[in-house]
Design a protein around this ligand. Structure first.
Ligand SMILES: [Fe+2]
Length: 212
């Protein structure tokens, strides 16, 4: 089994299971499934688009919410790191509001949350964001939208969910993912005591397209 699929996920997926050939995988390797970008890719002016969503450049305040480091790799289905690719994330703020003109105006925008961030993978395919643990909004379990851009290829778009979140079982988009692939779109937000960072979450993008 390739090392990029961590042991916990592997056990969850493969423990005692048979009939692997019928699973929705590529060459018996699991990949991150694509998901809808949804209607709220930010359309409001960006004051800042760096990889720290908890602080907007030029402002003193810190975003409301549980501050989390989200980090991981972008790799292909064979485990090769994809360096120099752009990773974007966007999510609603602590009030459940996106930086989008058509999101529900009844929820006030939280002025210190950037709502969107961008990072470029390093030589090992690594990316990193500081953000908040995603919160629920009406009709959706907590999630972070993400897109990976590679030259000349269709953007890879998905959503990152929170492991163990009770609302996942009722979320129509999460449930749409074949159960065998659901572990590939969840991140475990684990407690840490690293200053103001309350949680850390590892998430790898395992891309199956573009591999010869
Ligand atoms: Fe969303």
């Amino acid at each position: 089994m390739p090392e990029f699929i961590n042991t916990r996920r592997r056990n969850l997926i493969l423990g005692g299971s048979a009939g692997l050939l019928s699973l929705p995988c590529y060459a018996n390797k699991l990949f991150t499934p694509r998901q809808s970008a949804g209607p709220f890719y930010p359309d409001l002016p960006m004051l800042d688009d760096d990889n720290d969503l908890t602080q907007i450049s030029g402002k003193k305040g810190i975003a409301k919410g549980r501050i989390a480091e989200l980090y991981g790799k972008v790799i292909d289905i064979n485990g090769n790191p994809l360096s120099g690719v752009v990773v974007e994330i966007w999510q609603c703020d602590f009030n459940g509001r996106y930086r989008h003109s058509e999101d529900d105006q009844s929820r006030p925008m939280e002025s210190n949350f950037q709502g969107f961030g961008r990072n470029i993978t390093d030589d090992l395919g690594r990316y990193r964001f500081r953000t908040i643990r995603p919160v629920a909004y009406p009709g959706r379990t907590p999630h972070i939208h993400a897109a990976v851009f590679r030259d000349g290829m269709r953007p890879f778009v998905t959503q990152i969910y929170v492991e163990g979140e009770a609302q996942n079982s009722e979320d129509f988009l999460f449930q749409r993912i074949p159960s065998i692939l659901r572990p590939m779109v969840v991140a475990d937000f684990r407690p840490t005591d690293n200053g103001i960072v309350e949680l850390v979450a590892n998430f790898d993008f395992v891309l199956m397209d573009g591999v010869g």
